[in-house]
Design a protein around this ligand. Sequence first.
Ligand SMILES: COc1ccc(Cn2ccc3ccc(-c4cc(N)[nH]n4)cc32)cc1
Length: 239
Amino acid sequence: MRIDIVSIFPDYLAPLGLSLVGRAQQSGAVTVAVHDLRQWTHDVHRTVDDSPYGGGPGMVMRPEPWGEALDALAEPGSRLLVPTPAGERFSQRMAQRLAGEERLIVACGRYEGIDQRVIDHAAGRMSVTEVSLGDYVLFGGEVAALVILEAVVRLLPGVLGNADSLVEESHSSGLLEAPLYTKPASWRGLAVPEVLRSGDHARIARWRREQALLRTATHRPDLLAELPADALDPRDREV
Ligand SMILES: COc1ccc(Cn2ccc3ccc(-c4cc(N)[nH]n4)cc32)cc1
């Protein structure tokens, strides 16, 4: 997968070169390139914004630099990702969908957002997804891009060492993860649940499922409602 990210604050995306995403780049699982939008401006002030038509607070990002950036970066099959408060809610399911793409271009807006014609024009030549992280407002798209790209890159083949951790992880089962414990067996008077040290793998799997259901019912009952009908077996109802 190739990912091109365009921003007026390219240094904001530096963390993508660290840790797992950095290793994924070294392994060849993904190529990430960050571009400064201002390289597609031509005035002495390298202007990227202007006041909104119709009035209103703040500034809007001008279409011309974005148009030239997408002209330079878009290839057949590219998907344009545009973080915005007004987008489709990001989810693990969307991350899984995006992990199947060959080429992603992420347009990181600032100010009050990007001139709508950039998205409309792009939709005439590539797939476009406007994506929101949730119902809260950020200063721009860069932090959203970091979250989205981390969730996508970790799903790429060979990126996570232990494939099992992909299979077992929460949200892929539709439930939240059960509580995790490691050594020591007792810490500040708090013991690890005996079942996890029993060696009885069937019992451990049952306990983890029960804990996942309880946690989901407590913190995210909305996820329970989304579970497929056959996801809950009769024993689950005993929880
Ligand atoms: C109320 O309207 C606003 C519109 C944009 C902004 C600032 N801004 C500019 C570009 C940009 C890209 C993404 C986001 C964002 C995404 C989520 N989930 N929260 N915030 C915010 C962004 C502030 C307010």
